[in-house]
Ligand binder design. Structure first.
Ligand code: ZN
Length: 148
């Protein structure tokens, strides 16, 4: 969570980004200020979005794509936002729980891949773990980081 320049706390949400007339990416995690209507990409998502836009410009078919297909934490965020939420302050807490569960699941999977001696699979799981960890860090309120 982040403070807007107007002083309001920004809220985590999902937005559709249009980067040309025909191409858009849905379910992009952003920080939004409800007061100013300003939103900004989460820093950890920027590279993923840039990679995608570059690949489209390089000739891959564009159209509309959901970031949840490219970036696992966006899928988890979508799942949380589609469920019941009492208020937006619950969101970081819910993310922490759900992503924590997924990290544990991936760690189990990693151990299994390791026992199978599957190096490619291990590398793939490692990347997914890293994406989850970075995402989790970037959405926690800063006070929480110091408290825990
Ligand atoms: Zn604002």
């Amino acid at each position: 969570m982040k403070k807007c320049t107007c002083g309001q706390m920004m809220e985590l949400n999902l937005r559709t980004l249009f980067f040309s007339k025909k191409e858009s990416i849905t379910h992009v995690p952003v920080n939004v200020c409800e007061d100013c209507g300003v939103y900004e990409l989460l820093p950890c998502i920027k590279q993923e979005v840039v990679n995608y836009v570059t690949s489209v410009k390089a000739g891959q078919s564009g159209g509309e794509i959901s970031l949840t297909d490219l970036y696992e934490p966006a899928a988890l965020l979508k799942e949380i936002l589609s469920g019941p939420l009492e208020d937006s302050f619950q969101l970081p807490e819910k993310c922490k729980d759900l992503i924590g569960e997924h990290i544990n699941m991936l760690l189990d999977l990693y151990r299994f891949a390791k026992s199978e001696g599957d190096g490619d699979w291990m590398a793939d799981i490692n990347e997914r773990l890293e994406a989850m960890t970075v995402f989790l860090k970037s959405i926690q309120p800063s006070s929480d980081i110091y408290a825990s």
